[in-house]
Design a protein around this ligand. Sequence first.
Ligand code: NAD
Length: 273
Amino acid sequence: MSQAKIQAQSHAKSLGGKVALVTGSTSGIGLGIARALAGEGAAIMMNGFGPADAIGKLRQDLASEFGVKVAYNGADISKPAEITAMVAATEKELGSLDILVNNAGIQYVAELVDFPPERWDAIIAINLSGAFHAMRAALPGMKKRGWGRVINIASAHGLVASPEKAAYVSAKHGLVGLTKVAAIETANDGITVNAICPGWVLTPLAEKQVAEKAKEKGVPEADEMVAFVSEQQPMHQFSTPQEIGALTVFLCSDAAKTITGAPLSIDGGWVAH
Ligand code: NAD
């Protein structure tokens, strides 16, 4: 498809002409969000790990399915200088950075007294500090342009705790707090900053935990699926990456322009009980 045709097609949609950077968009929720934003016409800067040929294919599929520009930057979100460079590369390669989705995240499960300090450091660096460095680099451009949307993918664990998740719960609570500060500071700049707090979403990150629990209990993984979700959620259903993508698109819309500093639960009732 010609560049002119791509541009004409994407501009007709609700996010046509906007540029979105989605960290950790090579898998799971991040990929769901990138697809939803591309579906509304936004150009996408992808980020995340994976084999080069698989990432190349994801990038190509996204561009051809939705008729938008898709670039990729392999910044390691535990490294502040790489994040800053990725923000600059997005503005240079795609012309702007209007929507920032801080999604990259990792998990590690162990009791606090057994928690390896290097796992603590990695989770705080990727799940919390990464969002700080990305916002620090991206907000000045959004302020200059008078429009911006930041969506931080926190978790139900940003609002309540579970055992064996000291680092994750600390990082996600921190991310909700960071979201509120950034929202207040940008409240009159045409920018909104919100946190999405999902319950269980069926992605490789959650599947790994289901597999570990099933092994621990000696039951088939399929049986463990329902038990796993029902342990925390009154609604015995996983959310999907597409649903998190749809909520992200809503937060980018004009209808959501006064929603800021909010932790938005999408968790089958997890934090309601
Ligand atoms: P996932 O493992 O499927 O995807 C994680 C993504 O982050 C991948 O693209 C991976 O390459 C990337 N990533 C990991 N470390 C990185 C690093 N150092 N630098 C750059 N990219 C890196 O996980 P997911 O379930 O899609 O999780 C995405 C986010 O959603 C995380 O922040 C997670 O905490 C949050 N979340 C997930 C669930 C769930 O049930 N899956 C629930 C609540 C919140």
